[in-house]
Design a protein around this ligand. Structure first.
Ligand code: ATP
Length: 404
């Protein structure tokens, strides 16, 4: 098959798997769908949460110089006037410029004011710069981090999760002294690459694009787009920008060094990542097909810490109460309590259950059979190799913890 049609095929398979297995549905589907919106099903939410938690752990919890924030989506329109979004956040449409901010109204009657659903999470951090400095007295360099929804009235939403009208961002604004910008730009570039690798992206598909002067936002002195080979072409996955002191100056904010009372306007390095593009690139990176017992099977090769389901528990036969009771009380309940992301699967024969869990990307399937009743051991089947091991029930938690 030609490379192009193979990639088209891959995209179709991923969209259909995502729906069939309860990851992602078209928004407002039963009313014909609302373009550029998606609803997340049980496994999609779990996957997204794992990605976000992983990001937060690496970039906030495990650091001493990062301050989290969760700012309101609605902000005063002055914010967007000051930043130039009201005048310039536009795409060309039929020769005229179309502003892609989603406009809304706050309040009623004559009191009503225009507002916008934020088109980026970044400004929620800049407008809280002073609050953060006053509350925590951080020393430079330090960062602010936020995960949250952003909205853009994209003229042509397309390519599944890639270009939506409502999506989520994970952004960091890292405040530095201007002389240090090159050092911290390189630092964040390598942190971003590390995270992509830790997530499990196919790094062979990731490329860095040095954005040329003419294509860069006016406030940025240097931008790198991390591009990804999506089935529909090489496109931006994440971005890294040196935003200079543009934003803090715009909002007339400054920083006073508490040691020597020096007043400065810090400069900013911004690593910006889309949650939805992270999910899409991860689905593309992990989707695998192989042949097992003369049959093609497809599976998502998620790392255990990212997989929506860490393990599934099955009684070999669902009409044998002794198996069901054992599986439920001695295996499923304690694992569920420990890991949360544990599925109960007793639907269809074992082969069918394995196929289903493979498509969800469940790394381990645990089967309780008649031998279990006498030897207190279960079969644990590995998603990738299909190999099965006998593990003592009392060792299961330790076994799974060792894999995370
Ligand atoms: P593009 O050029 O593809 O429109 P952008 O350069 O406008 O993207 P940024 O403003 O840099 O994107 O936004 C930061 C990140 O947010 C992007 O790298 C991407 O991961 C994500 N993102 C931006 N727009 C969308 C969208 N419409 N749907 C899903 N994710 C998006």
């Amino acid at each position: 098959m030609k490379k192009e049609s193979k990639e088209n095929d891959l995209m179709e398979k991923i969209v259909s798997l995502a729906k069939r297995r309860g990851f992602v549905f078209q928004g407002s589907e039963i009313y014909g769908g609302l373009a550029g919106t998606y609803d997340w099903g049980h496994f999609g939410v779990a996957l997204k949460n794992n990605i976000k938690q992983n990001w937060w752990k690496k970039f906030v919890d495990s650091r001493r110089d990062m301050y989290g924030i969760d700012a309101a989506i609605l902000m005063r329109q002055e914010v967007w006037q000051a930043t130039g979004h009201v005048a310039n956040f536009a795409d060309p449409l039929d020769g005229k410029q179309f502003n892609t901010m989603l406009k809304t109204q706050v309040g009623a009657g004559e009191e009503a004011t225009v507002s916008y659903l934020r088109p980026e999470t970044a400004q929620g951090m800049f407008v809280n710069f002073k609050n953060t400095v006053d509350a925590f007295h951080p020393k430079l360099p330090f960062g602010m981090a936020q995960i949250g929804k952003a909205f853009r009235n994209e003229i042509a939403p397309r390519d599944f999760l890639f270009r939506q009208r409502e999506f989520e961002q994970m952004e960091i604004e890292y405040f530095i002294r201007s002389v240090d910008w090159e050092k911290y730009f390189e630092y964040w570039r390598s942190e971003m690459l590390d995270w992509m690798q830790e997530l499990g992206l196919d790094m062979g598909r990731v490329h860095e694009l040095e954005v040329l002067d003419a294509d860069r936002a006016h406030y940025s002195k240097r931008t790198i787009d991390f591009e990804f080979d999506f089935p529909f072409g090489r496109k931006e996955l994440f971005g890294l920008a040196y935003r200079t002191d543009f934003d803090l100056k715009t909002h007339k904010l400054e920083y006073v060094d508490e040691e020597n009372s020096e007043k400065i306007v810090p400069h900013v390095i911004e690593p910006s990542m889309g949650v939805d593009r992270a999910v899409l690139s991860l689905l593309i990176s992990t989707y695998t097909e192989d042949e097992k017992d003369g049959e093609v099977r497809s599976y998502l090769k998620f790392k255990p810490n990212i997989a929506p389901v860490i393990c599934a528990v099955s009684p070999l036969l669902k009409n044998k109460p002794e198996l069901v009771e054992y599986a439920n009380a001695k295996v499923y309940a304690p694992l569920k309590e420990e890991f949360g992301r544990v599925a109960w699967d007793d639907n269809g024969n074992i082969g069918k259950r394995y196929r289903r869990q493979d498509e969800i990307g469940t790394p381990f399937c645990i089967v309780v059979d008649f031998d279990t009743l006498t030897d207190d051991s279960v079969t644990v089947r590995d998603r990738d190799t299909g190999e099965q091991e006998r593990i003592k029930v009392e060792d299961l938690k330790k076994y799974i913890k060792g894999k995370i």
